[in-house]
Write a protein that binds this ligand. Structure first.
Ligand code: AMP
Ligand code: AMP
Length: 315
């Protein structure tokens, strides 16, 4: 089958990761991190978030370009699978500058723009990898895709990332997905949006059993959520299409984005909309504490639209 993964995929991931850190091919940034898990009650909901302060951040390129593109020829030491998916469309490689161990990415073999929507094969590849690492590790994995100029992405070559959540942490999309039966993607059904979160977001629970999900349907889920994002972007006069995408084997969530950086100080990518904030110095950390994570998420997204009627001007 074209999406088959080697049976020892997770063990290889784990072993290669340790070797690459040992040999300094991966620059692990989390060793000196101080993380604080906190909770906030808003309306009828209680949300968790984590603020991570990095006391040292190793040289990560701030902005890549098509010319200086690390994913054109990924380092051998960082490559987990040299080919994956139909027509060897993808490679699976480590993030060179992780904050969380084993952070990896599915990248396209040929250059494709990070501004393009996820294709059917990219969605199936993502789901297949998520299923495997979940089943083989017992860790709490999620995938994310930062798309568009305001999404907080730093590399223009298409990459979907995979990371684990802290123990006991509940992402906002997961919390929401657990309140409802699986979504049936069609014009009549509205995706889920928690009225207590200040920012617009659209979530769709997936069937709990892998066997109940037709892989082709992942595209329908994605497109239904993207449509809602496009409506919010249009209503707010956004100049470009930017969104955060978050997925586990249980749900998919999209968040339309207005800004990749808050007050020119803290970068906010999809990890922020999972509830994870990364501060590179104490000044940034005090800003997150003083303004509050949810104000930051609202400001980098758009106002919540829960309960607003759908009209003929909606996509
Ligand atoms: P994003 O910022 O969401 O576009 O993600 C790009 C990721 O690529 C960042 O998290 C970087 O840590 C990572 N990265 C940058 N350079 C390299 C490289 N040479 N090899 C692997 N990963 C890299
Ligand atoms: P950034 O500089 O904000 O793009 O983030 C640096 C690296 O850490 C990227 O690989 C991100 O994907 C990842 N990252 C971002 N936020 C967090 C977070 N709160 N916890 C762990 N990793 C994160």
């Amino acid at each position: 089958m074209i999406y088959d993964l080697p049976s020892n995929f997770y063990d290889t991931l784990d072993q290669k990761y340790h070797v690459a850190v040992e040999n300094d091919d991966i620059k692990f940034n989390g060793g000196s991190a101080i993380s604080k898990l906190e909770q906030q009650k808003i309306g009828d909901s209680t949300f968790n978030y984590q603020i991570t302060l990095l006391s040292s951040l190793m040289h990560r390129p701030e902005k890549g370009s098509k010319e200086t593109n690390p994913f054109e020829k990924p380092e051998k030491e960082l490559t987990i699978l040299d080919s994956f998916g139909p027509d060897d469309e993808f490679k699976v490689v480590f993030n060179k500058f992780p904050v969380v161990p084993r952070h990896f990415m599915m990248i396209t073999r040929e250059f494709k723009s990070q501004d393009t929507p996820l294709s059917p094969s990219e969605l199936i590849g993502t789901y297949t990898l998520l299923n495997r690492v979940k089943n083989d590790s017992k860790e709490n994995w999620f995938a994310f895709y930062n798309s568009g100029p305001q999404s907080g992405a730093s590399q223009p070559h298409k990459h979907v990332q995979f990371m684990t959540l802290p123990d006991g942490f509940k992402a906002y999309g997961e919390q929401l997905a657990q309140t409802s039966a699986p979504f049936i993607p069609n014009q009549k059904n509205e995706p889920l949006q928690n009225k207590d979160l200040p920012f617009a977001h659209f979530a769709a629970p997936l069937p709990p059993n892998e066997l109940d999900l037709q892989h082709e349907d992942l595209t329908m889920y994605f497109v239904s959520l993207l449509q809602r994002c496009l409506t919010v972007l249009k209503q707010n006069g956004a100049k470009d299409i930017s969104y955060s995408f978050i997925m586990t084997t249980d749900y998919m969530m999209l968040v339309p984005r207005s800004n990749g950086v808050y007050k020119n100080t803290i970068g906010v990518n999809s990890c922020g909309y999972v509830g994870l904030f990364l501060c590179k110095n104490e000044e940034t950390q005090s800003l997150v504490n003083s303004d509050g994570p949810f104000k930051i998420l609202e400001s980098c997204g758009f106002p919540n639209t829960a309960g607003e009627p759908v009209d003929e001007y909606h996509y």
